[in-house]
Design a protein around this ligand. Structure first.
Ligand code: HEC
Length: 170
């Protein structure tokens, strides 16, 4: 993971933007990734979580992280979200924002995900989570959908805060 981040930093701005938030974070602090004691970034503190939440675009900046965590209970049987955590039935979701759909190396996606031609952002996640099987027919994600729009806002806010997403520097 560390090696990947370092490569992304060196590979240029466009890749940094497309890669997981971790690479952007390293670049933003101006600190060489090598200076870090461990490859993985530390768990964010609650204050950092609140700061990340506040930096999200509306309506996600008003999301309820605690409720988002509860909603993520619907996903946990199939997905991990921590950096470097294993794939379960579904792919690890760390760094999913800004990643091409079906783009996690080493995970065996369905044809539907492999051939999907978009990058995950809040809007795509929102439509996907409402009803995965109508959004991408043929997906092997057997999740019926989370139809409550506010719960999706809270869940997506939680995913952004926990998956290493860094808002673009302004
Ligand atoms: C029953 C297992 C299961 C549940 C529950 C589930 N997923 Fe999935 N998820 C999958 C599988 C399997 C895939 C891969 C789909 C494919 O290849 O078609 C996937 C794919 C995804 C992707 C695409 C990732 C990528 O790299 O392109 C996202 C995002 C996602 N799931 C989010 C969620 C969220 C958020 C929840 C909870 C609301 C959830 N999933 C619930 C099994 C599940």
């Amino acid at each position: 993971m560390f090696r990947y981040s370092a490569m992304a930093v060196m590979a240029g701005a466009s890749l940094v933007l497309a890669a997981c938030g971790q690479a952007g974070g390293d670049a933003g602090t101006g600190q060489a990734p090598a200076a870090k004691p461990a490859a993985k970034s530390p768990e964010p503190t609650d204050a950092e979580r609140q700061a990340r939440l506040a930096a999200l675009p509306a309506p996600y900046n008003t999301g309820d992280l605690e409720n988002g965590r509860r909603q993520f209970g619907l996903c946990r049987s199939c997905h991990t979200i921590a950096e470097g955590a294993p794939n379960l039935t579904g792919p690890n979701l760390y760094g999913v924002f800004g990643r091409k759909a079906g783009g996690l190396e080493g995970y065996n996606y369905s044809e539907a995900l492999k051939t999907a031609d978009f990058v995950w952002d809040a809007e795509h996640l929102d439509a996907w989570l409402d009803n995965p099987r109508t959004y991408l027919p043929g997906t092997k994600m057997t999740f019926a959908g989370l139809h409550d729009a506010q719960k999706r806002v809270d869940l997506i806010a939680y995913l952004k805060v926990e998956s290493g997403y860094e808002p673009p520097a302004s």
